[in-house]
Design a protein around this ligand. Structure first.
Ligand SMILES: [Zn+2]
Length: 146
């Protein structure tokens, strides 16, 4: 290990963390592509309505830190960095816009789904990754065939 002594020592991620990160990469890309125009790749931030390129957007959660709705398509929408990161998700506005899109009962159903207790296994993450890998492909292909 002498040669690698100079390398920055980073904590090795667990296989589960890596699986979750992979699932999130595909899921996040799908959400951002879904919320942006297939040709221009520009979409509006879910909470502030400002247009951005999908690569500059983040997939922002309405309900945070709950496994049950972590990969819920309704709970995650394209947001600008300001809204998602600096405004912590812009929760109040987020809820208002979700109600506009899904109705009050839809949002309440989502909040009901967000109950704690869901535990993902590596196989669950792998399954999510596969599903969204396909969905990303379909979104990208829209650009060519629409
Ligand atoms: Zn925004």
């Amino acid at each position: 290990m002498k040669n690698s002594a100079k390398k920055k020592i980073t904590k090795k991620k667990s296989p589960k963390t890596l699986a979750k990160e992979k699932a999130w990469r595909y899921f996040s890309k799908y959400i951002r592509l879904r919320d942006c125009d297939a040709h221009t790749e520009i979409g509006k931030c879910f909470t502030c309505n400002k247009p951005h390129h999908y690569k500059q957007m983040q997939a922002g959660h309405f309900i945070h830190n709950t496994s049950a709705t972590y990969f819920d398509e309704m709970n995650v929408n394209a947001q600008c960095v300001r809204c998602n990161y600096y405004l912590g998700g812009a929760g109040a506005k987020y809820r208002k816009h979700l109600i506009k899109k899904y109705g009050k009962t839809g949002v309440e159903a989502l909040e009901e789904r967000a109950k704690p207790g869901t535990v993902f296994k590596i196989s669950d993450y792998n399954e999510i990754a596969e599903i969204y890998k396909t969905k990303v492909k379909q979104e990208v292909e829209k650009e060519f065939y629409e």
